[in-house]
Design a protein around this ligand. Structure first.
Ligand SMILES: Nc1ncnc2c1ncn2[C@@H]1O[C@H](COP(=O)(O)OP(=O)(O)OP(=O)(O)O)[C@@H](O)[C@H]1O
Ligand SMILES: [Mg+2]
Length: 238
């Protein structure tokens, strides 16, 4: 499989604190890659670097045959990179469906005429059809998380970056997200998924990358990475 995404020598510091110190990895087309690491390890910042929300200090990002390092985040979105936010950021005074329309038009480059059908598909895919007319700001936790994922999917990405959807959900709800990510993969979308809930990482990913201290400390098969002594020490407190 060809690499869809290649991060090469990423460096990022906030003041004196190094968040990424020479991080390199690739993600193959069709893969689901999990990112784990302790609080503050720089997982969300890494997504910011990939999506273009956070400027890089040094390094290069290639995506789908393009060098996107110098591109602003909206251009990367148009190129096919979508992300969710750990704290969802919908337009709270717009409905669920209207939020998806905005994403489809501005991120997915669809025109008004194509939009309705596509939004209906995304609503059905994410289990939000009955929520379509509700104001996004009034959704409960589970639907808020589904909606955040739906907004990213509405942009028609080839790469979806998911930042912690499972936190605070029940075991059954977590299983629903694992199934949903399976369907996203089945639809041909490549996924990078940050999560602290280990079950998601073990069940839904093809490969894990563990971050700590600004570096990749382990990478490989999920069960092997989770059992890695270094990972257990920094992450699982073992
Ligand atoms: N814009 C910013 N300016 C300064 N420091 C920041 C900024 N964004 C993040 N940080 C700091 O960078 C470090 C990494 O934060 P980040 O949010 O990437 O961690 P994380 O791995 O996603 O953590 P969590 O698991 O808690 O979500 C933290 O110490 C955080 O306080
Ligand atoms: Mg985070």
């Amino acid at each position: 499989m060809a690499a869809l995404l290649a991060a090469e020598g990423l460096h990022k510091a906030f003041g004196a604190v190094k968040i990424a110190a020479d991080i390199s990895f690739t993600v193959a087309e069709g893969e689901v890659v999990g990112i784990i690491g302790p609080n503050g390890a720089g997982k969300t910042t890494l997504f910011g670097l990939l999506s273009g929300n956070v400027p890089l200090d040094k390094g290069r990002i290639r995506f789908d045959g393009l060098d996107v390092t110098g591109l602003p985040n909206h251009a990367r979105a148009r190129a096919g990179i979508a992300r969710t936010y750990q704290v969802p950021r919908p337009f709270t005074h717009m409905t669920v469906a209207e939020n998806l329309r905005v994403a489809a038009i501005f991120g997915g480059d669809l025109d008004e005429a194509e939009c309705d059908d596509w939004v209906a598909q995304v609503l059905a895919f994410t289990g939000l059809t009955t929520r379509a007319p509700l104001l996004a700001g009034r959704l409960g936790l589970l639907d808020r998380k589904r909606h955040e994922l739906a907004r990213a999917l509405a942009t028609r990405p080839s790469l979806l970056l998911i930042d912690e959807v499972a936190a605070g959900l029940t075991d059954g709800e977590v299983d629903d997200f694992i199934a949903l990510v399976g369907r996203i993969k089945g639809a041909g979308i490549t996924v990078v998924w940050i999560e602290h809930v280990m079950k998601t990482m073990l069940k839904a990913t093809d490969r894990l990358i563990a971050l700590a201290g600004g570096e990749i400390i382990a990478e490989g098969a999920p069960d092997v990475v989770i059992a890695d002594p270094g990972v257990r020490r920094v992450y699982l407190g073992a």
